[in-house]
Write a protein that binds this ligand. Structure first.
Ligand SMILES: C[S@@+](CC[C@H](N)C(=O)[O-])C[C@H]1O[C@@H](n2cnc3c(N)ncnc32)[C@H](O)[C@@H]1O
Length: 224
């Protein structure tokens, strides 16, 4: 997939028309797995500090980080999603912008975290910026959907997306996402290329794990 195609998908998928239903939708569409994936991500952070939640959307992950006592900065390209985040907690620092260009000084954050960004992003630019703004010893934790590796899980995944597509007839504000998300997930190679990009940029202690029938994955790394 062309690296910048992801931005176009993101702009078409996330709009004013579906911002207010996003939180319920993500719970429904992942059968509640979203919460356990985010909990796994949070468990990788060992000390309290300043955390940048990239592609924070409506702030589901930002809220969990805030409850754990971190200083949270959220960044997202969709203004309407950030407006929902602000209704949850007006104290969070929110920036409307793209994750590949971070308006922060070098060595600023203890942690950068993100749910569902990799498939939409230009990974080399993203990782370059993350390395720059992370402190030495800081960690990066990225999570997103993947196309399952094993055949049996692939077949189950395809059935799931057929059902999701049908539910788009009822949930009109989400029909575009339900129609195109499977293609986007199949065409992204983020899970394969991200560890190599992290190594090339000088990150160490890289870990990768697949989740829930290989439908999602988390990759983490440390800036030495
Ligand atoms: C599926 S939502 C995820 C929101 C949130 N991370 C969560 O877990 O609920 C994807 C979000 O990524 C944002 N996004 C996609 N590409 C982006 C980019 N390059 N820079 C910043 N935000 C981006 C979209 O605007 C959207 O809010």
């Amino acid at each position: 997939m062309e690296q910048n195609t992801g931005h176009l998908y993101a702009k078409n998928f996330f709009t004013e028309s579906n911002a207010s239903s996003y939180d319920k939708l993500v719970k429904f569409a992942t059968f509640g797995q979203d919460y356990s994936w985010k909990t796994k991500m949070l468990n990788k952070i060992s000390t309290k500090g300043s955390v940048l939640d990239l592609a924070c959307g409506t702030g589901i992950l930002s809220s969990l980080l805030g409850k754990e006592g971190h200083v949270v900065f959220g960044m997202d390209l969709t203004y309407e999603y950030l407006k929902i985040l602000k209704t949850k907690n007006s104290d969070y620092f929110c920036i409307n912008g793209v994750a590949e260009f971070l308006p922060f000084k070098n060595n600023y954050f203890d942690c950068i975290i993100s749910s569902y960004l990799p498939k939409y992003s230009n990974l080399p630019h993203l990782i370059n910026e993350c390395f720059r703004v992370l402190k030495n010893g800081g960690i990066i934790i990225l999570h997103d959907f993947i196309f399952p590796i094993r055949l049996i899980f692939r077949e189950m995944w395809k059935i799931y997306f057929k059902i999701l597509r049908l539910s788009g007839k009822l949930l009109k504000n989400w029909s575009k996402v339900f129609k195109e998300l499977d293609f986007l997930i199949m065409s992204t190679d983020w899970y394969d290329v991200l560890p190599k990009i992290l190594i090339n940029h000088g990150f160490t202690q890289i870990t990768s794990e697949t989740l829930t029938l290989e439908t999602a994955a988390i990759v983490s790394a440390k800036k030495p």
